[in-house]
Design a protein around this ligand. Structure first.
Ligand code: LMR
Length: 436
């Protein structure tokens, strides 16, 4: 029922007083603003807390300690401490600058060849392309946000189950589109291993048929703890049995075991499930962090469903950012469209992956001799950039306040930001906070 009980009030416009009317609830808001003794609306804003990952880098940058170390945000750093531009990227950019003839708008779905290449990288040709709808998105986060808008608008009665823990930005991205969320068990009580039974129990007994499930295809963020291939096959069956929709975050392809190996979880899921949404990112594996380049790929049961889904996804894009930026996607497309550059990329990616494995092993070894008596061998089977150290919030704060070493509050360490030459400094600081 519409409430027509409006009330009158006087509005001061410059020197003039004007009579207006409004709903009483609005008058309460207006009175509250007026009573705060400021005519400015922005003066009433509360300050939001800093972002739990990117906010730490802001604090890090302001830290004057010359020995500071940033192991919070997930970026790869080489032995010189730089986040390098890959050689294949430099060469692709050189070609692009020479050959580029227009800065005209892209289609809503992005660079067409790029979208095909994203599908190739994820599925390796194992899915009928007519069942796939791929959009180029601004990074993996852009893809997730479009997925959230699509789920909220088109699949409105479903809930999204997210692993506990998950990437800190997953919850706000889906919440901002109003997608209802639940969490499933992921990390076991020892905080070092995968709780397969807990996850299976939550999905089998607590999820409703038709709900969506957020999965990290590889290199789980923040833990680095992934299911085994056998567990992925079982997860695929659990999803299929309850018609749960897989929403897969694929931000680290090639950082775990290899490009195809890391995609095998997706292949296992699609063997048992006809539908999925996959959000991938090229920030890490191409080192294109600031270019914001990723994709959203929807797999449908048949071609006409894929076409309809694509039309709805495009509507979500149009009212968010209209169409994506070209440069990052053009770089990826140039590399993947050229055999020599692709080979160069594979080598550079393997180099980053191998070095991250070595850094993780070096950290475990150095901790053994650091005097803390704390065995970090549980990190060795972990995959990708991150490791869950097991440090608690107090120890994380001590690392920051007493040693200027920044890791995420959950105890997540960006292994890809470690440095061979500074491992001693890092490990003695970690030993110090464990002992005290
Ligand atoms: C991270 O988890 O550190 C990265 O994915 C960067 C980010 O945006 O949070």
């Amino acid at each position: 029922m519409v409430d027509h009980a409006f009330v009158d009030y006087d509005l001061q416009i410059g020197a003039a007083t004007v009579r207006r009317s409004c709903h009483p609830s609005l008058l309460i808001v207006m009175t509250a603003s007026a009573s705060s003794k400021t005519p400015y609306r922005f003066n009433l804003l509360a300050t939001a807390p800093p972002d739990s990952i990117l906010g730490l880098t802001e604090t890090f940058l302001a830290d004057t300690n010359p020995n500071k170390m940033n192991l919070s945000v997930g970026v790869y750093k080489d032995a010189t401490g730089q986040t390098p531009i890959l050689r294949c990227v430099k060469e692709a950019e050189r070609r692009l600058v020479e050959g580029e003839v227009t800065k005209g708008y892209l289609p809503i779905s992005g660079v067409p060849e790029y979208c095909g290449q994203v599908g190739e990288l994820i599925f390796g040709g194992n899915i009928d392309p007519s069942r796939i709808a791929t959009l180029q998105t601004p990074g993996g986060t852009g893809g997730l946000r479009i997925a959230a808008g699509f789920i909220a608008g088109q699949l409105s009665s479903i809930r999204l189950w997210t692993p506990n823990p998950t990437w800190a930005n997953h919850l706000p991205v889906f919440a901002s589109e109003g997608v209802p969320m639940e969490s499933y068990r992921y990390l076991a009580a020892d905080r070092t291993s995968f709780d397969f039974e807990g996850m299976a129990d939550d999905l089998q007994n607590n999820a409703k048929p038709g709900d969506a499930v957020l999965l990290h295809a590889c290199c789980h963020n923040p833990t680095g703890v992934d299911p085994t291939p056998e567990q992925w096959a079982d997860i695929a069956q659990i999803l299929a049995a309850k018609r749960l929709l897989p929403v897969i975050d694929f931000a680290y392809q090639g950082f775990g075991k290899g490009l195809q190996e890391d995609a095998s979880s997706i292949h296992a899921i699609l063997k048992a499930n006809a539908e999925a949404i996959i959000c991938n990112s090229f920030s890490k594996n191409f080192g294109l962090y600031s270019e914001r380049v990723g994709g959203l790929t929807l797999v449908a049961a048949d071609a006409s469903a894929a076409t309809a889904a694509m039309s709805q996804l495009k509507k979500v894009v149009r009212c968010n950012y209209s169409n994506p930026p070209r440069h990052g996607a053009a770089i990826v497309s140039t590399i993947l469209g050229d055999e020599t550059l692709t080979e160069m990329w594979h080598d550079e990616l393997a180099e980053m992956r191998t070095r991250i494995h070595q850094l993780r092993a070096q950290f475990v070894e150095t901790m053994k001799t650091s005097g803390s008596g704390h065995d970090f061998s549980f990190l060795l089977p972990q995959n990708g950039m991150f490791s869950y150290s097991g440090l608690n919030q107090m120890q994380v704060d001590q690392l920051k306040n007493q040693h200027s070493i920044y890791i995420v509050g959950s105890g997540r360490i960006n292994v890809a930001g470690m440095n061979e030459d500074r491992m001693g400094q890092l490990c003695s600081a970690v030993a110090d906070v464990i002992e005290n």
